[in-house]
Every structure is written in C-alpha cells, then in structure tokens.
Design a binder for this molecule. Sequence first.
Ligand code: NAD
Ligand code: MG
Length: 381
Amino acid sequence: MSVTKNISVLGATGSIGVNALNVVRSYPDLYRIKYLTAHSQADLLIEQALEFSPKAVSIGDANQYEKVKQALPEVEVLSGRNGLLELAGRDDVDTMLNALVGSAGMEPTIKSIQAGVDIALSNKESLVMAGDYINGLLKKYEVDLYPVDSEHSAIWQCLLGESPEDIKRLVVTGSGGPFRTLPIESFINITVDQALNHPNWAMGRKITIDSATMMNKGLEVIEARWLFHLPAEKIDIVIHPQSIIHSMVEFLDGSVKAQLGLPDMKIPIQYALSYPRHLKQDWEQLDLAKIGSLTFEAPDLKKFKCIQLAFDALEEGGSVPVVLNVANEEAVYRFLNEEISFNAIPELITKAIDAHEFVEHPELNDILALEQWTQAFIKRS
Ligand code: NAD
Ligand code: MG
C-alpha cells in the first residue's frame, strides 16, 4: 500500500472515532483525514482538526459553530444535521468511516454510497434499519462496505477465499456482558452504573448498555444477515466471556475457522482501512498462555429477552427491525436518564413493535417516518 487514502471520520469524537484517529496517526503516509464530524464535543473536534488538518469539519450542535469557526479559521466549518449529511455525501474521499452512534448514522451511510464512496461501517444500526435497502444501493453504485464491528470483521476474515455455498453457519461470539451470571430475579435492581461497567470492552454509553441487555448481540445477528447474505437460521450466538475469539464460521465439512485477538477495536478498525493488508502495529499482542483458557456457553434467552426480540424481528422482517432498533435506542437513553428500569427496555420495545403499523417493504421515507413515530412512542410510554 503506497497510495494515500483520503478518509472522512463521521463521529470522530466517540470511542470508535478516537481509536480510528489513533490508527491514522500511526500511518501518516497511508491515510489523510479529509473530513471530521462531532455531535457536541467541540473542544475535542477542534483539537483533532488542529492535528489532522482536514478540509472541512461539521459540529452537530449549531450553537457551537462560532466557537469552532474561530478556532479553525483555515478550515471549512459546517453545522447541524445538514452539515453532517453534506460531508457524508462528498465524493472526494476514498473511504468514509461511519463511527456515529444510533439511527442518526443510517442516512450518512446512504449518502456516502450514493456518492460512490467506500464505507468502513461501525454504525451497525444502519444495517439493522435498512440492510436490504443499503445492499441494493451498494450494488447499484458499485460501492464496497467493510465491517468494523469486531464480530463481523472476524467473520469477514474467516470467509476470505471461501465459497459462500460451503458455509454451514456463522457463530457470533459475545462476552455475555456484566450480568451473565446475575440471577434473573436481581435484574429489577440493576443500576445505570452497574450496566455501564462492561467486563472486557471500553465503548460509548449506548453500546455499553446494549451489551448489558445483550441487544447488541441481537443487532449484530441482524447486521450479519445483511453483510453476509445469510438467513437467520444460519446465524448462531455463543457466549465466550474472554472475548478472544471474535466470531467463527462453520463449513459443511465440519471445519470451523475462527479469528482471534485481544479485545481492542483498533485491530478491526485498522483492517477495515488497510484491507487486504494486516499492517504492523506495536500495540499489545495476544498471548494465549497468559489468557489460559477460552470458555463457551449457550446464551440465556430467558434472561436476555432482547436477543429473542431481535431474532423475531429478523423473522418478521419489513418494518419490525426498524422499530426494534429505534425503540431500543430511545429506551436505552431513558434508562441512562434513570427514567425507566433495566427490565423496561425489552418491555417498551415489545410495546412499540406491537403498536406500529407494519410495512412489508419499507422504502427510505417509510423508515424515516417510522423512526420518528417510534421515538415519539417510546418517549410517551
Ligand atoms: P460514542 O457514543 O462513543 O460516539 C458516537 C459519535 O457519534 C460521537 O462522535 C458523537 O459526537 C457522534 N454522535 C452522537 N450522536 C449523534 C447524532 N445524533 N448525530 C450525529 N452525530 C452523533 O459511540 P461508539 O461507542 O464509538 O459507537 C459508535 C458506533 O460503533 C455504534 O454504532 C456502535 O454500536 C458501534 N460499535 C462500537 C464499538 C466500540 O467499541 N465502541 C464496537 C463495535 C461497534
Ligand atoms: Mg461487536
């Protein structure tokens, strides 16, 4: 790899965004940052822009536009939702890294595809809400989409050189989160601080709660369905508390391939940018003798109701995964605000799915309308 890649990072100030900039910093000749966006952390965005000299940045909170503009007189500064969508739609980059959180990340994915820009996708919610639609666009615009999510990066790597018809099933691994061994009777008392305390991964607040409810695994099964073009029956979950095996593929002859590594998102982020190369890094390497043992167990679907909700949503299809995703997101924010209990998260999602008007083949405008309906529904429930 000798040609410099121009990259935009949407959601640069988040957990994935900051890790992506760490990767970029280590290969200044290979990667050039062209666009950066942030929602509200103007100070960090300014700091990043001063270091990486992008052509333009966008700050979501329009009240902070003046502050960013004054700090970056040489840089084009945009703001608000339109600023984000504008930068997502620019075609003068090679790869757009979507490190946005939640349903807000879906339209930027679509804009980049329509601009013919390849995507490194961390925002799994894009595919959960609009997987079928996005796959159609990828084909139409001949755009490549590379997964950043560690499980999907693992499956992608296991599938390189293989024939799709030889796949028996995908096995998505999950740590089980902080409540893997907590009895179901105690779930009612789970506090926000307990739920934010993930055993293996340091991540943004929304995905950390998704990991505690295990909705994250459910969303990842839906993500895998669209990324790898396989039905839900061919996607299983296994709990692996050490988070060393990031996922596996089982083939028809009984052979199973796995991808291993320390739980550090910099590895799959870099691979999505450096594919097909695995570029050298000095970060801590996997030492299996130090890890000692790798263990596995079946997921507890009675305790973690969100997993079953996601499988059901995939089976029902149409608009159900849209409502599942948005209802989950809104319920998670209400839990983080201490307005609802941990157990209320799957309850509210179920209520929203039952109450919504089913659409068999949602188009983009249906998806956006359902997003608004679901947000309002959860806020008043
Ligand atoms: P985060 O909350 O740390 O960062 C989110 C970023 O998006 C920030 O830069 C923020 O400014 C921006 N943002 C937030 N709300 C926005 C909005 N409404 N409009 C525009 N921008 C907005 O999140 P994260 O943990 O980095 O996760 C990002 C995505 O990556 C999520 O989809 C998550 O599921 C996925 N992911 C994260 C990890 C991880 O280790 N953090 C691992 C796998 C997948
Ligand atoms: Mg993951």
